[in-house]
Write a protein that binds this ligand. Structure first.
Ligand code: SF4
Ligand code: SF4
Length: 68
C-alpha cells in the first residue's frame, strides 16, 4: 500500500498524472482550485500501489509518494 500527496499550490491541473496512473485512481477535480485558479488533481480511490508513475511524470513535482 502507498498513498500520494498532491501539493495543491504547485499542481496546475495538466492531467498527466491522471493519464499515467495504471489503476486510474486520479482525476482532475472540478471543485478544488489553487490560488492560481487551476483545477487540481485529486485521488478518487484509496488504492495506490506506489508505482510512482505520477510523481515521475508530473512536470511540476507536485506529487509525493509515501510507501506504507
Ligand atoms: S501531473 Fe502534476 S501538475 Fe499535472 S495534474 Fe498531475 S499533479 Fe497536477
Ligand atoms: S503512485 Fe502509481 S498507483 Fe499511485 S496514484 Fe501515482 S500513478 Fe497511481
Amino acid at each position: 500500500m502507498a498513498r500520494i500527496i498532491i501539493d495543491p499550490e504547485v499542481c496546475k491541473g495538466c492531467g498527466i498524472c491522471v493519464s499515467v496512473c495504471p489503476i486510474k485512481i486520479l482525476k482532475i477535480s472540478n471543485i478544488v482550485t489553487n490560488k492560481a485558479g487551476y483545477f487540481v488533481a485529486e485521488v478518487v480511490e484509496d488504492k495506490c500501489i506506489g508505482c510512482c508513475s505520477c510523481a515521475i511524470m508530473c512536470p511540476d513535482s507536485a506529487i509525493s509518494v509515501l510507501k506504507q
